[in-house]
Design a protein around this ligand. Structure first.
Ligand code: FAD
Length: 413
């Protein structure tokens, strides 16, 4: 039998953005229900095992990483670093990022949700939304197999895929060419202890094999997940040579191609590369990593003309220092770097242009293809999540958004 629930705010999706949003709402003393289709929180951070948090630090060639984020994002990152026992790394371009342990990410998220009294529905999917007078008034969910209708005052879409806008029949920002998906997997029994050297060994061996026609061209899209080489384990990320589309069956096809890529690569590495002679697969991440999905249309659409010149906004809610990072089907990654220290994400990117009580955060904020290729990293998702939580809580409590945006700026900028 269908059950009926009432809450102040519903958050869809317990990835980095959804966790931040739910905690922000609960900390403001409101009731929140967080709906997640997986049995655990984290989204791409845990299910796709992406392995490092980007967008937390200033870009600089200094050895030491310096936070550019404040508030919840920094609190989360510091706890994650401490529990993972990791140190921020940096590359030659001056980009700093934090490697983390997947189980620590899950545990910290579960602890935060529990300690802040967030009601969580895991193994639950959103089916439909009901609207009246330009507002969403309730959602229908299958929660652990049982139908539930939840009445709400405001709602945040942190699904990464604009599931709420789609269910509400709202227009979307779609891409002609979604970024390449990737599959992360972990190998054990690695004989090399230096990560940079291991990376060079892998790519050299693969490139020679490609030149000799022993491997297809796309096998050069193999990357080490930075900071993952320890205790003879290493996580590798492979770019899947198949377009990401919204066609039925595409996700299954991506999974099949990814697993066959991993199998062939492991066969190659273990038979042709001495550092892998005693190695084997430890596990494959449960989900294929889809980088970018459909986005909702907000009061403002962020573009590369905001990102690259580092535009600042009066209604800014997040500092964003990560470059535009594009992964295509044909090439290894390409970067377009910011012209200054950081751009800002305005509140208008989190607020629906069409439905007054609908907000978004994370990788489905209102941004074009180029801008989301920067704003999707987790340091920024944590900030947009927290800000969307504060904004949705304000709408649910009839507090002015201008007032709450000022508070978010004090907390986060
Ligand atoms: C291969 C890859 C590598 C990456 N590398 C990095 C990196 O090194 N550093 C970095 O910072 N970022 C990286 N990113 C980007 C980053 O991981 C994501 O953009 C970010 O984690 C997105 O967070 P989110 O909360 O917006 O969405 P997600 O993490 O996608 O969370 C969305 C959640 O919504 C749930 N959901 C979706 N639909 C429904 C539904 N209908 N009902 C219920 N629940 C639903 C999902 O299960 C998921 O848990 C990478 C991404 C990929 C794919």
């Amino acid at each position: 039998m269908e059950s009926i629930k009432y809450t102040d705010v519903v958050v869809l999706g317990a990835g980095s953005a959804g966790i931040a949003a739910a905690v922000a709402i609960a900390r403001r003393g409101l009731q929140v229900i967080l709906i997640e289709r997986n049995a655990y929180p984290g989204g791409k951070a845990t299910a796709a095992e992406v392995g490092t948090v980007c967008g937390l630090y200033r870009n600089s060639k200094n050895q030491t990483a310096e936070f550019i984020v404040k508030g919840f994002a920094r609190e989360f990152a510091e706890t994650l670093q401490q529990r993972s026992g990791s140190t921020a790394l940096h590359n030659a371009d001056g980009l700093h990022y934090l490697p983390y342990n997947i189980d620590s990410f899950k545990d910290i998220s579960l602890g935060l949700l529990h300690n802040n009294n967030v009601t969580t529905y895991f193994n639950s999917v959103l089916e439909t939304v009901q609207k009246t007078n330009g507002k969403i008034i309730s959602v229908s969910v299958i929660a652990d197999g049982n139908p539930v209708t939840i009445h709400l005052k405001s709602i945040i879409d942190c699904s990464g895929d604009s599931i709420i806008s789609r269910a509400a029949g709202l227009p979307l920002i779609k891409s002609d060419n979604y970024q390449a998906a990737a599959q992360v997997f972990t190998m054990q029994g690695i004989e090399e202890t230096n990560e940079a050297r291991l990376g060079m060994i892998i790519i050299k061996a693969i490139r020679s094999a490609i030149e000799e026609d022993k491997l297809a061209n796309f096998y050069d899209r193999v990357y080490i997940v930075q900071g993952s080489l320890k205790n003879k384990l290493v996580s590798l990320k492979v770019g899947i040579p198949l377009p990401v589309t919204y066609a039925p069956g595409n996700l299954q096809e991506l999974r099949t191609v990814a697993h066959s890529f991993v199998e062939n690569l492991v066969e190659f590495l273990t038979t042709q590369v001495p550092a892998f002679k005693n190695a084997s697969i430890q596990h494959i991440a449960p989900e294929v990593g889809i980088r970018i999905g459909q986005r909702s249309i907000g009061k403002y659409i962020l573009t590369e003309n905001d990102v690259l010149p580092c535009k600042q906004f009066e209604d800014a809610i997040a500092n964003a220092s990560w470059p535009i990072e594009e992964w295509s089907q044909q090439l290894r990654v390409s970067m377009r770097f910011l012209e200054g220290e950081c751009y800002q994400v305005p509140a208008g990117c989190l607020q629906s242009a069409h439905t007054s009580n609908l907000f978004f955060a994370g990788r489905n904020i209102s941004a074009n293809d180029a801008a989301i290729a920067s704003a999707r990293v987790m340091g920024i998702c944590l900030q947009t999540g927290y800000a969307a939580g504060c904004m949705a809580a304000a709408v649910a409590s009839d507090i002015s958004l201008a007032e709450v945006i000022e508070q978010i700026q004090n907390d986060q900028l």
